[in-house]
Design a protein around this ligand. Sequence first.
Ligand SMILES: C[C@@](CO)(OP(=O)(O)O)[C@H](O)COP(=O)(O)OP(=O)(O)OC[C@H]1O[C@@H](n2ccc(N)nc2=O)[C@H](O)[C@@H]1O
Ligand SMILES: Nc1ncnc2c1ncn2[C@@H]1O[C@H](COP(=O)(O)OP(=O)(O)O)[C@@H](O)[C@H]1O
Length: 311
Amino acid sequence: MLSVVPRPVVVRAPSKVNLHLAVGDLRDDGYHELNTVFQALSLSDTVSVVPAETLSVTVRGEDARVVPTDSSNLVWQAAELLAAESGRRPDVEIAIDKGIPVAGGMAGGSADAAATLVGLNALWQLDLSREELDGFAAKLGSDVPFSLHGGTAVGTGRGERLLPVLSRSTFHWVLALAKGGLSTPTVFRELDRLRADGNPPRLGGPEDLMHALTTGDAATLAPLLGNDLQSAALSLNPGLRRTLRAGVAAGALAGIVSGSGPTCAFLCAEADAAVRVSAELAGAGVCRTVRVASGPVPGARIINDAAEGSH
Ligand SMILES: C[C@@](CO)(OP(=O)(O)O)[C@H](O)COP(=O)(O)OP(=O)(O)OC[C@H]1O[C@@H](n2ccc(N)nc2=O)[C@H](O)[C@@H]1O
Ligand SMILES: Nc1ncnc2c1ncn2[C@@H]1O[C@H](COP(=O)(O)OP(=O)(O)O)[C@@H](O)[C@H]1O
């Protein structure tokens, strides 16, 4: 006799790099006001959700052992939030396959949370609108709405208020992954400390960078990349200066710390150049490993259909 077993819904979600990350002062709620331009990159995680007796999380991939599988995992929180909002039990098995470095400044946890929202919306047939999903995403973390949207977008507020940016061309990146991670709140605190002690330069608005994006020319974009958190990340991990220098010496147009770091992102003139830079950087002994990626790519998307299969 045939028994119908539910098939998992499988969702891919992208990493991100902040092309421009201007950090304002600390707000009363503990967050900083941001003016940022995100770009979603092809380096991604996949998350699958399937009905189960109880909520559980498994993680595989390179950094799996440092990712929590309890309620501190953002996917667990995403499942509980959607279940509570839709009046059901969060009884699903969530399997994460990590391609995005953990605590690397590339929004890996946010990608997984966004993927879980998209996956459960389909699995539970909730039919939630884009706006409703956005609202849940913002409750889970500042970067989660962008992980849902993908593409290129300006983020304001604490990063959760998004406006899409038209960017017609594909940009080619090399990512230098570091040995350990950096904690996002620690990096913001370090920036506050540096600002209290002196007057590190602050980025202005992203207007020139937005114009460069419309030209689609990587060489025009490269000198406009900027990140206020970079000085704080370098202060906490001074070895990243060598990594940044090595990427440019290897032929990248420019290098920046991605978000709160410690991943360094190098913009390259074209796909072939990215492959050459990645090979040279991998041999330079300045990072744990190297990845090639391109962007912009879409936000969290189902990559199989949610139909039930028979066995
Ligand atoms: C810095 C950025 C840049 O895109 O990304 P990452 O480098 O972490 O990937 C983000 O702002 C990170 O967003 P996300 O990782 O979702 O942070 P959240 O969970 O919302 O907040 C974690 C902590 O970071 C600090 N935080 C975060 C966002 C913000 N606008 N101001 C802050 O001060 C706060 O201390 C907060 O408690
Ligand atoms: N699904 C997840 N994937 C990775 N880390 C997670 C996840 N859920 C919670 N975390 C926790 O969040 C921290 C930050 O992870 P991550 O989102 O990868 O980095 P970042 O904030 O630098 O972009 C990790 O150190 C980990 O303890």
